[in-house]
Design a protein around this ligand. Structure first.
Ligand SMILES: Nc1ncnc2c1ncn2[C@@H]1O[C@H](COP(=O)(O)OP(=O)(O)OP(=O)(O)O)[C@@H](O)[C@H]1O
Ligand SMILES: [Mg+2]
Length: 343
């Protein structure tokens, strides 16, 4: 096993709304990303993907609150660390985060080099403008962005260019982990490909050591990340390698997600396009039993009152699913549904 760059153990965080209600958006998530590896997080809107990303940086501000669990970056446990210390010693240098719709949040009147100065100065207030420019020019050239971009304003850049610039700026300090929340979702297909290629390059060139990629598009992850985790109602319901998750999804929710999209890869072409009926539960009052039971066509009475625990399986025990039924029972059901053919 490679060196673990990021590990999260039983992380629980919640929002407290202005009416004083708790929203349990991340409710017991555990995951690991090794050096050189990328993990994709998939799940429908409102499942808690963005909250998980935010929570994993250990940088909490209202309405988001830490409840319990560990966040370990390259062996260092940052949970419970003072937010100011997180900002000056962790964000950008240990873990870089690209929020959903980050490119639209760039101040349009600021030159790109100024953003880079801000990122670097947050960690090293003494860095000179000359040093920063040298580093930035080299990095932008390496990433195929062109050093002239540094003197442009965000407003002058196209969507795809803006997003690649945001990624290059956020990773200027060569962090151990990059967390990108839907980095390609708002882009056209060509720009999407360029963004993804650049994220791969960052890893290949050693500018980042591991990556977490969030999207609601499962097929995109298949081509981009090594592993995939599926999130539902604040919890992970399954994870495994990208291949395992696409060709042998076990949890009824992952299975449904896979069935509701068409993967343009050999072997999966022609899968049924069946959206999962219903909507995720309200996270202010998560169901007592399995969170997916209400929408699960295989649910039995016990599923509504017994919450399933994480269950490790697979050859090396590296896969996980959270269903009361065993992986063999579930595979059996899917196989029968397909008229005995392999799913
Ligand atoms: N500021 C907030 N205050 C209270 N609840 C919030 C807040 N932000 C998000 N939530 C709730 O937390 C849950 C998870 O939201 P989150 O944005 O993390 O989901 P997501 O999986 O990223 O969705 P999407 O795919 O739409 O980006 C949802 O139920 C949402 O309503
Ligand atoms: Mg989100």
């Amino acid at each position: 096993m490679g060196k673990v760059m990021l590990e999260v153990k039983n992380l629980k965080t919640k929002y407290i709304t202005r009416f004083g209600e708790d929203v349990y958006s991340v409710d017991g998530v555990s995951l690991k990303i090794e050096e050189g590896k990328s993990l994709g997080i998939a799940g429908e809107s409102g499942c808690g993907k963005s909250t998980l990303a935010l929570s994993m940086m250990g940088y909490y501000f209202a309405p988001l609150h830490y409840t319990s669990g560990d966040i370990i970056i390259d062996g260092k446990n940052i949970s419970g660390m003072d937010p100011d210390k997180v900002r000056t010693t962790i964000l950008g240098s240990e873990i870089a985060y690209i929020p959903q719709a980050a490119m639209n949040a760039l101040n349009p009147t600021m030159k790109i080099i100024r953003f880079i100065e801000d990122v670097i100065h947050a960690h090293n207030p003494k860095a000179s403008k000359k040093e920063i420019r040298e580093l930035a020019e080299e990095r932008f050239a390496e990433l195929g962005l062109g050093k002239e971009v540094l003197d442009r304003h965000a407003v002058e850049l196209s969507g795809g260019m803006k997003q690649r610039t945001v990624i290059a700026v956020s990773t200027i300090l060569s962090p151990k982990v990059l967390i990108a929340d839907e980095p390609s979702s708002a882009l056209d297909v060509t720009s999407q490909k360029m963004v993804i290629r650049m994220m791969r390059e960052l890893m290949e060139k050693g500018y980042i050591k591991s990556m977490m990629f969030i999207t609601h598009e499962l097929p995109l992850l298949y081509n981009v990340t090594d592993d995939i985790a599926v999130m539902y109602a604040g919890q992970l319901v399954e994870y495994g390698t990208a291949k395992e998750m696409v060709f042998d999804p076990i949890h009824p929710y992952s299975h449904g997600l896979m069935g509701s999209i068409l993967v343009p890869e050999e072997g999966t072409r022609g899968m049924n396009l069946t959206a999962i009926p219903g909507t995720p539960p309200n996270l202010k009052r998560p169901p007592q039993g399995c969170r997916f039971a209400e929408r699960c066509k295989y649910a039995k009475p016990e599923c509504f009152y017994t919450a399933p625990a994480e269950r490790m399986f697979g050859e090396n025990g590296t896969r996980m699913h959270r269903c009361l039924m065993s992986e063999d029972q579930l595979r059996d059901i899917y196989s029968k549904e397909n008229g005995g053919a392999q799913a």
